[in-house]
Ligand binder design. Structure first.
Ligand code: ATP
Ligand code: MG
Ligand code: MG
Length: 349
């Protein structure tokens, strides 16, 4: 069989590797260290030195196709790999999705509606941004943020010093969105341009971290589904994206407001492992390997996915005893507050 290369060593890579194995592929992970949880599931591992050409050339030589499980990786080495082996999604998707300013401009160009925003690269620029955007607002680091890290809320202009201290620049100031619900569009596109998307999950967050996804989503989200899915499709087409693409939205009285995109499988799609006919991980593998895309329909009438964060993963014995609860543990050695340790999915038949 062929070998899929995965850049990154987290639980998303681990779950891609499981789906790949089911379809007969080997996986080769390029990750920071042997502790990487993806390495426990992959066929082989190379210690990541994303800027070492010898390491990269060796990795490229061992893989038939390369993908990535996180967007916080420099574009340059990924583009270098892309000259030697097919990389899906392409470095174009990576470049846009790893930079909040680039992704907002890209999406607005395609008719999407992000929250009003302004670029902030100095303390003075933050004052100017507050003057145009107003408060409440959220200051977010332009790159490298995840799980709500690298963000600060400003209730008024008086919070500017603290926000700048906490986040710094380059950053983006966003108007605070009043929403009823959050949801995501999980879409997969193949290299012919065929696309399918999953029924959108309602995503509930706690402290900036995804806590729970529920499908089918309640009515206010269903009303925004068509519009949000169409936008996500336009984004995927415009990027020439191959693989999974996830867009997060706020459901508001004025329609779906775009929050951010991820050029990859996504935590809000973990419910698809047991809750959809074809999981997001399998569909990602199918897309990047040139196989036909799979059915995204539900396997039951309703699905919930709850993240096990920090110490919450200690309740695994209880969850194993619960009929119908599907427990996933990521094999992380240490639990830390706010760290995603696993998840549990329940499907109502
Ligand atoms: P991840 O990539 O893990 O989803 P992140 O660090 O990129 O997270 P965001 O998705 O930008 O963070 O924000 C995290 C959460 O904070 C959102 O899901 C939402 O609940 C809240 N939030 C972010 N931006 C806004 C906003 N402009 N208005 C209201 N709430 C917001
Ligand atoms: Mg994000
Ligand atoms: Mg997010």
């Amino acid at each position: 069989g062929s070998t899929i290369g995965i850049l990154g060593g987290g639980q998303l890579g681990r779950m891609i590797a499981s789906a790949a194995a089911q379809l007969g592929y080997r996986t080769h992970v390029l990750a920071p260290d042997r502790e990487s949880v993806a390495a426990q599931t992959a066929s082989s591992l190379t210690r990541a030195d994303y800027h070492n050409r010898i390491v990269l050339a060796d990795f490229a030589a061992q893989c038939d196709v390369v993908t990535y499980e996180f967007e916080n990786i420099a574009v340059e080495p990924v583009a270098w790999l892309g000259d030697r082996v097919p990389v899906h999604p392409s470095p174009v998707s990576l470049r846009v999705a790893q930079d909040r300013l680039a992704e907002k401009a890209f999406v607005a160009d395609l008719g999407g509606t992000p929250a009003r925003w302004a670029a902030v690269d100095s303390r003075a620029a933050l004052d100017a941004a507050i003057a145009t955007i107003g408060t409440p607002a959220v200051l977010k680091t332009t790159r490298m943020g995840y799980d709500g890290k690298g963000q600060a809320r400003l209730m008024s202009a008086a919070d500017a010093d603290a926000a700048w201290e906490a986040v710094g620049g380059p950053a983006v100031l966003e108007a605070f969105v009043t929403f009823t619900h959050e949801f995501s569009i999980l879409l997969v596109r193949d290299h012919h341009g065929n696309m399918v998307s999953y029924p959108p999950p309602w995503n509930e967050h706690a402290d900036g971290i995804l806590a729970r996804s529920t499908v089918p989503a309640p009515a206010p989200i269903a009303a925004h589904w068509t519009q949000a899915a169409a936008l996500t499709g336009r984004i995927a087409d415009a990027l020439g994206h191959v693989g999974m693409l996830t867009c997060e939205f706020f459901a508001t009285a004025d329609g779906p407001v775009f929050n951010e995109m991820a050029p990859r499988v996504h935590n809000s799609g973990h419910w698809t492992i047991e809750g959809a006919v074809t999981s997001q991980f399998e569909n990602h593998v199918r897309a990047i390997c040139g196989l036909p895309l799979g059915d995204t329909g539900l396997t039951g009438t309703a699905v919930t996915m709850e993240n096990l964060i920090g110490e919450e993963a200690d309740c695994w014995a209880e969850l194993l005893a619960e009929p119908g609860a599907h427990l996933h543990l990521y094999g992380k050695r240490e639990s830390r507050p706010g760290r995603k340790m696993g998840h549990v999915t329940r499907v109502t038949r």
